[in-house]
Design a protein around this ligand. Sequence first.
Ligand code: PLP
Length: 383
Amino acid sequence: MASGTSRAIAYLDNAASTPLCPAAAEAMAPLHRELYANPTGAHRMARDTRRRIDDARDVMAEALGSEPGEVVFTGGGTEGDNMAVVGRHMRVGGVTVCSAIEHHAVLAPVEHLGGRVVAVDAAGVVDLDALAAALDDGVTVVSVMLANNETGIVQPLEQVAAAVRSGAPQAVLHTDAVQAFPWLDVASLAACADLISVSAHKFGGPKGVGALVVRGGVELSPLMLGGGQERDLRPGTHNAAGIAGMAAAAEVVLKSRAEQALRLGGLRDRLADGVLAAVAGTVETGERSGKVAGSAHLCFEGIESEALLFLLEDAGVYASAASSCSSGAQDPSHVLAAMGYDRMLAGGSLRLSLGYETTDADIDRALAVIPDAVSRLRDYRTG
Ligand code: PLP
């Protein structure tokens, strides 16, 4: 059970952010105090700092199934997503396309650029016929995420890639693998993508750092102008400590991913099954077998998420409703709307996302608290 606050809590909001893993903290420490030189410099400390970045690049390349020279370090998932969509559009123009369940870091740029948004089916999976209909010679970038941040539902990227190659020959395929990386072998599942973005704080690394794979030959403009760092794609002094921390966390993921997915998938099933059995009028969003292992997403009839989250917090369970990347306001979920959920049911959604620190005790606490909280809210409404 996490104890980062004044009392122990069951932290079930790992899709929003994860605690820094010890290996990441250890890798970062010397880059703050001993190797603090600007890595573009010429002296020994600069060279040593640069070596840490090069080592991190090798690790991220292995983790993402790319060449080291194809890894661009970014300021996180939002930046990588924007670089892929906006950077591509700035360079070659044309039409941008994405699925309706993308994170706002993809959806907002696509909408801003007047692009096409492709429907998903009721199970939260991109509609391949609708995708094919949205593709033509004018499309230059298509973005479909590997796993959704609200529901955890994994998308059929290989089929998406096949559709893109045949229907939009000028297009590159970007995948936002931010939520997939802790759980899935992104190196193989995203081998069909030209651009892949990840974010360190979703897998035990620090916040504000990520990576974008830009495969050789993919034409992209930088979002910022300045120094020539990262092959001219991402100017600015490297966040050397963050980059080293991300790579250390990625190494841990590579070593323990399969085992953690098994352990946490079991805990997730116990949690979701327990809540479904204890609370009538609960709908599990999407097919569980099609989700990443750490994700449980439920909708409760007749309540509002905001009030539920308040009661859960009071009882020491931290979770979220839709994605939690905005101001904290509970906007209606565009993901559930795209899946055809009516506003009332979508308004009672709960995302419980597990992470490497999640224990049996966290699940026990959640199971002890959630049914009671839902029934109190329902009683309050009807009483
Ligand atoms: N993409 C997805 C799928 C996410 O879940 C998030 C964060 O929640 C992001 C992108 C944004 O990443 P960052 O917080 O590193 O900007």
